[in-house]
Design a protein around this ligand. Structure first.
Ligand SMILES: [Ca+2]
Ligand SMILES: [Ca+2]
Ligand SMILES: [Ca+2]
Ligand SMILES: [Ca+2]
Length: 341
């Protein structure tokens, strides 16, 4: 236990005093008077995950000016637990006012935490540091950084390990039977299509989201079903879209002559055969991009959804199957729900 308003130099304790810091109580030790208090730990459990700016508040005495602060130095040791303690001086920070002690706030950088995660920080007085008079711990401050809220999540078929976009959404694509295809080369060629090998071929910059995955069932290639897994950072209602690649001209009749079917379904539902003509033509980043409207889905914060994709091997008239990716658009009619955030 610290002493409470009852400082005794040399007893090795911290002394607590009320209403002298920006957050009320402060903890002080006087290493300049031969007091060596023990290291302290401040533990913080963050209810809400995210990126936080971290600030340490150090107390200074007398005048709050640079030269005087050097004459009468109130150092404090501080570090995130697990790192080496580092010596801080009030002049390392920004003067924030004098609630009792002069409050100097030092920016400690940024930390990323999950919902409910605990972070620990160590504090010590500066016994043995030359010129150190007292050490005053005023507290800490954490500022949640503004999050990027995407109104549209774009799912490229390119990432094959979990990828995090700037909005915090995560996704990747891999065969459904992951045990049978443990390595990338087991199921994918890169710009090196071999019909009949049962693999998908990836090519860059041919889809609305960059890479595309193609198979040629019309040339006797039966590639394995794939799963695109998506973890939504923010809950809500989304309009879901699938992009299917088409070749040659982007017109209805020609698309029928040279049909690029693709099987697709949310995992757990029966695969459904999609034809470019089922969708809306969105442009030609390489392949013609036809976008299928899949309806609206509702997800919770951090909820994972999976979608199954397969080529159309065995479907009459099917030449190739091209997966261009997916898109999820925040449903504007759900704006009341979003206002909860
Ligand atoms: Ca100490
Ligand atoms: Ca001072
Ligand atoms: Ca197949
Ligand atoms: Ca076409």
């Amino acid at each position: 236990m610290p002493t409470l308003n009852a400082k005794v130099d040399g007893n090795g304790l911290w002394n607590q005093r009320e209403k002298l810091g920006p957050y009320g109580p402060i903890l002080e030790s006087f290493p300049g008077n031969n007091n060596d208090a023990m290291p302290l730990r401040t533990s913080v459990v963050f209810v809400k995950g995210g990126n936080y700016e971290v600030y340490l508040n150090i107390g200074d005495t007398g005048q709050a000016n640079f030269d005087e602060n050097v004459t009468n130095s109130c150092y404090l040791y501080f570090a995130p637990e697990g790192q080496e303690l580092k010596l801080y001086h009030p002049n390392d920070g920004e003067f924030k006012g004098t609630p009792g002690y002069n409050n100097y706030e030092i920016a400690m950088g940024e930390i990323a935490v999950q919902d409910g995660e605990q972070k620990d920080f160590l504090i010590d007085d500066t016994f043995g540091v030359a010129g150190s008079t007292r050490s005053v711990y005023l507290g800490m401050r954490f500022v949640l950084k503004a999050e990027v809220v995407l109104t549209e999540i774009q799912i490229s078929p390119g990432p094959h390990e979990m990828f995090t976009d700037m909005g915090g959404n995560q996704y990747y694509t891999w065969p459904v039977d992951a045990a049978a295809y443990p390595a990338l080369a087991d199921w994918l060629t890169l710009n090196a299509r071999v019909d009949g090998n049962g693999k998908w071929n990836q090519r860059d910059k041919l889809g609305p989201y960059g890479p595309i995955l193609e198979s040629f069932p019309g040339s006797n290639n039966d590639a394995m079903p794939l799963r695109t897994t998506v973890i939504f950072a923010r809950g809500g209602k989304y309009d879901a879209y699938l992009s299917v690649g088409d070749t040659g001209q982007a017109n209805f009749d020609e698309n029928v002559t040279n049909s690029c079917f693709l099987y697709f379904a949310p995992e757990g539902q029966e695969l459904k055969l999609y034809h470019p003509n089922d969708g809306e033509f969105k442009g030609t980043p390489g392949y013609n991009d036809y976008e299928m409207s899949l309806g609206t889905i509702t997800v919770a914060d951090g909820e994972q959804k999976s979608f199954i994709i397969d080529d159309s091997f065995g479907v009459a008239g099917s030449t190739r199957s091209v997966y261009l990716g997916m898109r999820f658009v925040v449903n504007e009619t759900a704006v009341e729900f979003w206002s909860l955030y």
